[in-house]
Design a protein around this ligand. Sequence first.
Ligand code: IPM
Ligand code: MG
Length: 379
Amino acid sequence: MSTLTEQEALAQRARSGEYDHLIVTAPGDGVGPDVVAAARRVLDAAGSRFGFRIQWQEIAAGGCAIDAHGVAIREEDLQVADTADAILLGAVGGPQWDNPNASVRPEQALFALRTRYELFANLRPVTILPELYDASPLKSERLVGVDLMMVRELTGGLYFGKPSGEEVTPTGRRAVDTLPYHEDEIRRIAVIAFELARTRSKRLASIDKANVLENSVLWRKTVIEIAKEYPDVALNHLYVDNAAMQLIKAPKDFDVMLAENLFGDILSDEMGAIAGSIGMLPSASLGTAKTGGLYFGLFEPGGGSAPDIAGKGIANPLAQILSVAMMLRFALGEFAAADAIEAAVKKVIEAGLRTGDIWSEGTRKLGTAEMGAAVAEAI
Ligand code: IPM
Ligand code: MG
């Protein structure tokens, strides 16, 4: 692990043209290290093909950091991440740290990164290759044409609202969480969703619970105000319970979905189920755009650390690899390489290569590293 001074020296080398992109990886726990290793291999291959050089730096985050340093992520490691062009994270958590009463928990690493860089926009796209329809619990005819994008607010709402905690009252224990949103927080995430909708099929579904929650009333009002600037985008509003149902009944009726933090968390796992395996879903967490339209961001697969298969070398690395494609597109501006990685993933799936989670009769089962190698090869 490098010191901060070494890190600054690295950043200096980048400025002087010795390499093009400095990527900080936090492989984390469970299957994280395996899938990050596979994704690194793919990115290096893309670099060779498209003529850019990656400098890699690794930091500890999650349960492994708790074991090594007593905290989910150290300030000095955050300072290393500060100098990066983007952060590639594997997964955090596992049963050995799974105590909700503990004051130090692996997820705190995620929250620290999300708040430090104000990564308020979490994008979770879902497309399903026809070869993988069988992996989904939905009937194939419902999957034709599914192309979803969840835009989840990531730094507000119930996850961070105060007060939050448990107290003892004369009649028993009482716990409270708070759901606050300022209109500015709603506005900035709504703008991202409308802009994305514009580049896609120009349909946006805003999710709320405005029949019950005051917060959702403000959410809906604010989204309607922003919509005036996007007359070309068809906006509709759905209550979150109805959205959960419609998503199963007719996923192709949706394109961009916009939701506050907790609703987006829940619905994006539902989208993972629709896609057949959470091991296929990438994600990008972005802050405010930098000049030139690129973002500093955290890129990670939608799935968790999958402790049941950790260390077995069988996890599906495709979500991590597709997260690298998002990183190239949103943070590094290497658009051709991003397209090439997505095309390579498609190619290996079409060639019948599968990890266990998406395996079906007649296809070839590969381990994590082999799958990474196959995608790198296909670039
Ligand atoms: C996610 C995860 C996290 C979240 C957990 C691990 C805290 O479920 O990124 O969706 O709830 O945000
Ligand atoms: Mg989640």
